[in-house]
Design a protein. Sequence first.
Length: 75
Amino acid sequence: MLKDYLLDIFSKNQGKIIGSVIGLIAAVLILIIGLFRTLLIALFVFAGYFIGKKIDNKEDLVEFLDRILPSGWNK
């Protein structure tokens, strides 16, 4: 009974709950390790997500790197 009730609440408010948890985690990280270290972690997480998304979509990473890096980087 309680499980069904909690699942119903979560399904109706999924974005709010996930956003609140992410905000809480970010606040705790900022308080514990500092703002710039937290931003560096967030940057690496975003880069990992972006690369993983490219791999999942079967896109060519070398072609993407050719577009963003200076020419001759892969010699």
